[in-house]
Design a protein. Structure first.
Length: 491
């Protein structure tokens, strides 16, 4: 049941202050770096990205002006020395002088920490996992004179300048701050609000999907993100797995984080909270789940901020909403632009605003694919034409059998996704074609990210493959998620 959060009353002085809470824009790849970070290390990483806010805002303004912007926050000249150095005022970390030694220890451990992040190949678009020490140098500068130029007169003659300097190799800078992957917005001082070690990390991770309302996360990958699971260098073997039992992981990690973030959301200190449901393989109800489905609920602050963002004044604003809230890629945006004329823009803006209700109704597995396909269908219908482009073919396999058919159960969730798939197909073909080719189809099963669909004859299968493959491919990605494969079963 969705947790009720208090309304965000702008007349309340405290709430008005909370509404002005400082948020940071955090590049997506950087925000999802996996590793075992302490709260102080997480705070350092957030403040590092806070130093980039001017650059990020300049990038977004450039994209608004030109519709085309470099994906890099740093110029080639800035990265030509092989590394980039970030300077963080220590007072921004909220660290008192009595805790400087603790800060130094946390930073030096951060320097040696192996972290994992995901990058994408520019040519093929394929994702790969990188394990590296992303920071090359961490320094606490000292000086023997004060800001006023007065030499210090005490033993040692030097003192800290109140700054922290962190250097990162240019290769890592270009990957973790790649703006083509988008960014997330989250409360800047989240670490100071939390008492649980992993709460800030889970909050930052889920910030990407707070406007979507739902996110399915691979269980093992999520544990790796939190630093509770580690693989060897070749990623062929698990070398560390803390809280091996899922029940223990929930009791010791996930439930306390959920409860803490729920409390902070009720206090309007953060913009959302969550609950979760484990998703198990077919026929299994215990043990480790395949994934965890997070249901994300905006707090009063979150709803107020969403309302502030509702105004879509230009095409660039529309692109920004689609990219930051629904995860659309640059390629997705370009494909929609090709279908959109200036006259269509106001109607497209209204359709994007109405997208939230559709997502909350259908709960598609891949929100990005669902939004892209829904908007494509909308624009094609609006233009009263169907421009087709060649699509990658779905893998076809005849899985017909002789004798009595085996009993196969279909979960309610998979049945719901099947109904969504059919509705997406129906939007893209004529009513006659839908009745003729899909009225006798059904879901046989959904397993290992592959949908098996029953068809009455081989002729129907061949016709769909040869004439309706593009529409099927789009609907399949939207309903079941990107990369879902398809098999036919003739019955």
């Amino acid at each position: 049941m969705k947790k009720k959060v208090p309304d965000f009353n702008p007349k309340n002085e405290l709430v008005r202050e909370l509404k002005d809470s400082e948020f940071v824009k955090n590049p997506l790849v950087y925000s999802q770096i996996r590793g075992d970070f302490t709260p102080m290390q997480t705070n350092v990483m957030v403040e590092l990205v806070n130093t980039l806010q001017e650059k990020i805002n300049e990038y977004l303004q450039q994209r608004k002006r030109t519709d085309v912007a470099s994906p890099w926050l740093f110029s080639q000249e800035e990265m030509s020395g092989g590394s980039v150095t970030f300077t963080i005022p220590i007072k921004e970390l909220g660290v008192s002088p009595n805790s400087y030694n603790e800060l130094e220890q946390a930073c030096y451990k951060l320097l040696k920490l192996d972290v994992v992040y995901t990058t994408k190949d520019d040519n093929t678009g394929e994702e790969s996992i990188v394990m590296a020490n992303i920071f090359s140098k961490i320094k606490f500068p000292t000086s023997d004179v004060s800001k006023e130029g007065i030499r210090y007169n005490y033993a040692g003659g030097k003192r800290r300048t109140g700054q922290l300097q962190i250097s990162m190799l240019s290769e890592n800078v270009s990957k973790v701050f790649d703006m083509r992957r988008g960014y997330v917005e989250h409360v800047r001082h989240i670490v100071s609000f939390c008492r649980k070690r992993q709460s800030p990390r889970v909050y930052i991770y889920l910030s990407k999907w707070k406007h979507v309302g739902r996110k399915s996360v691979n269980y093992m990958e999520f544990k790796e993100y939190l630093g509770l699971l580690r693989y060897n260098a070749k990623r062929t073997e698990v070398v560390q797995n803390k809280y091996e039992k899922f029940a223990t992981f929930c009791a010791m990690v996930l439930n306390p984080i959920r409860d803490e973030l729920n409390t902070l959301a009720e206090q309007n200190k953060i913009d959302f909270s969550f609950d979760y449901t484990p998703r198990y393989p077919v026929g299994k109800t215990k043990g480790d789940p395949d994934s965890i489905v997070f249901n994300i609920h905006l707090s009063g602050m979150g709803r107020a901020r969403r309302e502030q963002r509702q105004g879509i004044a230009s095409r660039a604003d529309l692109d920004q909403v689609l990219q930051t809230e629904y995860g659309l890629t640059v390629t997705d945006l370009m494909s929609l632009r090709e279908l959109t004329t200036d006259a269509m823009l106001p109607m497209l803006q209204a359709e994007v605003k109405a997208m939230r209700e559709k997502i909350e109704t259908y709960h598609p597995r891949s929100v990005r694919a669902y939004v892209v396909q829904s908007l494509r269908n909308f624009l094609r219908q609006l233009a009263a034409q169907m421009p087709e482009e060649p699509e990658e073919a779905v893998v076809i396999e005849d899985t017909s059998t002789n004798g009595d058919p085996e009993e196969v159960s279909v979960s309610e969730e998979d049945r719901s996704m099947w109904e969504l798939f059919l509705s997406m197909v129906k939007e893209t073909i004529s009513e006659d074609d839908y009745f003729k080719w899909f009225s006798e189809t059904d879901i046989y099963n959904y397993r290992d990210h592959c949908l098996t669909m029953t068809v009455p004859t081989r002729y129907v299968m061949d016709y769909i493959e040869q004439n309706l493959l593009s529409q099927v491919r789009d609907a399949l990605d939207a309903a079941f998620g990107d990369g879902c494969s398809l098999k036919y079963r003739i019955e």
